[in-house]
Ligand binder design. Structure first.
Ligand code: 4NP
Length: 164
């Protein structure tokens, strides 16, 4: 069986947090040889940066850790939900915007906060927006994303197994 699963990481502008999650997750999936089974993208709930590459500060942080970011910002559409197996919101505001796009019953098994998979969340489910902060915020986001992505992959593997 050659079934696939699809995941989308969603933040506000799609130039900082979600492009990083996309890049880190792509590297992890490739490392595990699952690149033909897992479709990965990111998007923003806002449209201000559509078409833009990731913020240079986020690119630089990723590069320091050996991750290349290549996405171009796009706005998440309500119709995207249909093909997605997992949509992961970076903060509560992003989550609530996404929740307003579709009836709750359609989203209960696919829409979650990204940090609900963070093994070290200690009850804090926000990936803080680094856009208006200093450089340290980008590294904090990297650390959260790096430790959370393996747990997201575990969840997607379960979904893959169900489809096989
Ligand atoms: P992101 O960060 O949601 O992680 O991509 C932001 C990028 C841009 C803006 C806000 C957050 N902005 O207001 O333009």
């Amino acid at each position: 069986m050659n079934s696939t699963v699809e995941v989308c990481f969603v933040c506000l502008g799609n130039i900082c947090r979600s492009p990083l999650a996309q890049g880190v997750f792509e590297a992890l999936v490739k490392q595990e040889g699952l690149q033909d089974r897992v479709i990965i993208s990111s998007a923003g709930v806002g449209n201000w940066h559509v078409g833009s590459p990731p913020d240079p500060r986020m690119q630089e942080t990723a590069r320091k850790h050996g991750i290349h970011l290549h996405s171009r910002a796009r706005q998440f559409q309500a119709s995207d939900f249909k093909r997605m197996d997992l949509v992961l919101a970076m903060d509560h505001t992003n989550l609530s915007t996404l929740q307003q796009m579709r009836p709750a019953a359609e989203l209960h098994d696919k829409l979650f906060l990204f940090r609900s998979f963070d093994p070290e969340n200690n009850g804090d489910l926000e990936v803080p927006d680094p856009y208006y902060g200093g450089g340290k915020g980008f590294e904090t986001v990297f650390q959260m994303v790096e430790r959370t992505c393996p747990k997201v992959l575990q969840q997607l593997k379960k979904k893959l197994a169900k489809k096989a």
